[in-house]
Design a protein around this ligand. Structure first.
Ligand code: SF4
Length: 78
């Protein structure tokens, strides 16, 4: 079995998603092709990683306009 992304444990993005949605991007990126993750790329380069940056590099609010700093989780964003 392939090892997940080295930042998998404690990745701050997970807390914004319901379990079923989280499992989708974990399968695609974190336990799949994590070399495609912009969050990981920025971290590997020593750059800041905005908490709400998605693996695509888009910000969560840009695709889910109703998400706000007060939301604990959002549903189905991809
Ligand atoms: S979202 Fe990106 S940085 Fe976070 S665990 Fe998944 S692949 Fe790694």
């Amino acid at each position: 079995m392939k090892e997940p992304c080295q930042f998998y444990e404690g990745c701050p993005l997970f807390k914004f998603f319901e379990t079923s949605d989280r499992e989708v991007f974990i399968k695609i990126y974190c336990k799949g092709d994590f070399t495609d993750c912009e969050r990981r790329a920025r971290r590997m380069a020593g750059l800041d990683v905005p908490e709400r940056m998605l693996p695509s590099g888009n910000m969560l609010e840009a695709i889910v306009p109703q998400a706000s700093a007060n939301d604990d989780t959002v549903q189905m964003v991809f």
